[in-house]
Each structure stands twice: as C-alpha cells, then as structure tokens.
Design a protein around this ligand. Sequence first.
Ligand SMILES: Cc1cc2nc3c(=O)[nH]c(=O)nc-3n(C[C@H](O)[C@H](O)[C@H](O)COP(=O)(O)O)c2cc1C
Length: 238
Amino acid sequence: MTPATDAPAAPASSAGPVPAPAAPGTAPDRGGPAPAPSRDPVPASVPRPSRVAVIVGSNREGRFGPVVADWLLGHLGDRADLVADVVDTADTRLPTALSHSPSPEVAAELAKVTPKLADAEAFVVLTPEYNHSFPAALKALVDWHYAEWRAKPVAFVSYGGVSGGLRAVEQLRQVFAELHAVTVRDSVSFHNAGASFDELGRHRDPAAADAAAKVMLDRLVWWALALRDAKSVRPYEG
Ligand SMILES: Cc1cc2nc3c(=O)[nH]c(=O)nc-3n(C[C@H](O)[C@H](O)[C@H](O)COP(=O)(O)O)c2cc1C
C-alpha cells in the first residue's frame, strides 16, 4: 500500500528546467538560435492515493469474514492508487438503539470508528448474507453515521452460500442511496465461500475473483477521484 498524503505529487524536478542533452550525432550548442521547444507531452500529475475504508460487516463468533478481508487487503496492498484502513464491526460495540446524546460508553465506541469513516474517501463493504440480507452489526454502523458516507463511493465484496451475498448487496445499495453515497456497479461475490478458500485463506481458483477485484477497485478509484475533484470546486449540498 502507498501511504496517503495531502501533499501534491512532487514534480519531476524542483530545481527548474534542465537543458536537454544534445542528441547523439548533433553538434553541441555554440550560441546559435534557441532550439525549438520540446514536443514531448507534459506528464499528467499523479493524484495522491485515495483513502479507502474496508468495512468488515460480520461480527459473528467464528466468522469467516477475516478470510475475505485478508484476501481483499492483499489486493489493496498491490495498488499505488489506494491506501486502506480497516473498520471491523467486531472491534466496536455499537448498540442498535440510536441516540443524539450517546452515553460515554457509546461515545467511546463511536470514537473507534467515526474518525476512520470521516477520513475515508471511499469504502469497500464486506458483507455476508444472513437470511437474505446483511448483518445487523453492519446496519448499526451505517445508521450511527450520516455525513461520513455522503458523496463518497461504496463498493462491495460479498460472500455466503449459494447466493454469494448478492441479495445483501442489492439491499445495501438502497441503504447507501439514502445516505447520498454512490454505489459501484461492479462487485466481487464468493459463492459457497467457505469451500472456495483453503485452510491458509488462499482462494483455490483465484483468477476470476482477482479479475473482478481489479475491475471493482478501478471503478472505485475512478469515483473517488471524480468526487474528490467535484467536491473541491463545488461542495455537495445534500
Ligand atoms: C444467521 C445466518 C443466516 C444465513 N443466511 C444465509 C442466506 O440467507 N443465504 C446464504 O447464501 N447464506 C446464508 N448464511 C451463510 C452465511 O452467509 C455464511 O456462513 C457466511 O460465511 C457468514 O459470514 P460470517 O462467517 O463472516 O459471519 C447464513 C448464515 C447465518 C449465520
């Protein structure tokens, strides 16, 4: 992974333009007319990496979720355009009873996750399917927040039995639309997930999932950069 920084990408040289060396076979400059300007294209500046929060939606005892999370983090680690942080619903105890004035205990739980969500420019939500929907812990995390999701892209990695968690994802798209988030069309889903990974957490036949992850993350980056640029010139009013 590449560390995030708010500093713009460093220019190729900070010491001013460097005269190009004479091309092989040409005479050195002896004070004649100035050479024609280079026709080399100006390299496009590389945007800083987007900060993505990976949300682990299952907090069930004996859960399979960390296997899927490690698989995704392996992909994120290979990318220079994303820097990942993890928000694990198992690491916080958010009640389902919402409050405008949370108790000190709940405020302490929120303090574990809210800054990470606020700091993220994009999300990948990992969700299993429970009874044709997504886990309650994930919904609690979503509902305790509002502005943290707004005008940001959300991608999904799902897993489960025969459905691969796809029903959970379709329902989450409706949830995130209400929060002014933009869900990414392309997702990754693991059908019969438990059997798809070996005991070391390696996918047994990774080609299709790896390809799907690349497409999903490419789209997520596109949205993250597009929304970063848009918000820099026009604050989102929603
Ligand atoms: C309460 C419960 C309900 C489930 N319902 C479904 C379901 O509706 N469809 C499905 O494909 N798998 C279902 N499963 C299987 C889970 O998606 C699968 O076990 C997954 O690995 C659970 O994720 P976790 O281990 O990270 O919690 C269910 C599992 C549990 C525990």
